[in-house]
Ligand binder design. Structure first.
Ligand code: AMP
Length: 281
């Protein structure tokens, strides 16, 4: 496994790969866990070469968010990636990726109006910016993204299509801990009590899915979620939304065969966690 902190050496090595090779890219912010590992394993299994990027992208963090505190453990990450059979790891510094203040800003129509796009202003712009840069530098044929960040996946699907990046998006299922909490690099911030109450996200989504036939309106779903909150005193709800799973637009009807998708974001102290689940099947 080769590790490249510099763009120049990385690009030179990338150019040496055969032109017809299938090349998988797994973009990450490091602090790797089993969720990341599942993307990497899939890429290693499906491609001739796998590139993993580790870059905590400052432009996708808001001014009051956790960019500085975000967990970083490069040695541990590299040991795991080596074990998983990764070929190249791209580990650029901030100044390597952003040598000057950016003069460009992506305006994302509709797809970023809700969910994390609304609750973290500028976040999706930063994601689209860094993913575009990584696509240009890594030139993958396949890019692996987790459905835990469902809105991100949908936006990147459009980015690839509309900017004609010659690659295929491979969306990957959410990986959960034994009790259902979705793996997240931010889970390490949680105290024991917060970790218990963090199950609000998974438990609520699972209940909504299980009882989906009994709900007739989005308001009823909303009321159900609100009614769960007293059992999880450390949870502060950021958003609960139920949207069309493809368009990410509001639904007027729950049971007409459309893809109904529920999204939750919640704070446990300063830690913000997200989760989502398809409800109709
Ligand atoms: P991050 O390092 O948080 O930016 O995540 C890098 C990639 O891993 C993104 O495509 C995430 O959606 C994906 N990912 C993170 N957590 C999980 C998880 N629990 N299950 C599946 N994919 C995940």
């Amino acid at each position: 496994m080769q590790v490249f902190p510099r763009i120049s050496a990385f690009r030179a090595a990338r150019k040496k790969l055969p032109a017809d090779a299938r090349i998988g890219l797994v973009p990450t912010m490091g602090a790797l866990h089993r969720g990341h590992a599942s993307l990497v394993k899939k890429s290693v299994a499906e491609n001739d070469f796998t590139i993993v990027s580790i870059f905590v992208n400052p432009t996708q963090f808001g001014p009051n968010e956790d960019f500085e505190q975000y967990p970083r453990d490069l040695d541990k990450d590299l040991a795991l990636l080596d074990e998983l059979g990764v070929d190249m790891v791209f580990t650029p510094s901030t100044t390597e990726i952003y040598p000057e203040t950016s003069h460009f800003y992506f305006e994302i129509h509709q797809l970023a109006d809700r969910l994390c796009g609304r609750s973290r202003p500028g976040h999706m712009n930063g994601v689209v910016q860094v993913v575009s840069i990584l696509f240009h530098l890594c030139e993958p044929t396949h890019a692996y993204f987790g459905l835990k960040d469902y809105q991100q996946c949908r936006i990147i699907e459009h980015l690839i299509r509309e900017l004609h990046f010659p690659l295929k998006l491979v969306p990957c299922s959410i990986v959960r801990e034994a009790d259902g909490l979705a793996f997240s690099s931010r889970n390490v911030y949680l105290s024991a009590g917060q970790r218990r109450d963090a199950l609000f996200l998974y438990h609520t989504l699972r209940q909504l899915k299980k009882n989906f036939a009994q709900f007739q309106t989005v308001d009823e779903l909303q009321a159900f979620v609100q009614a769960q909150l007293p059992r999880y005193p450390l949870v502060k709800l950021d958003y609960f939304e139920v949207l069309h799973g493809k368009t990410l637009q509001p639904l007027t009807e729950l049971h007409n065969g459309e893809h109904v998708h529920a999204f939750l974001a919640a704070f446990l102290g300063q830690t913000r966690l997200i989760d989502n689940m398809r409800l109709d099947k």
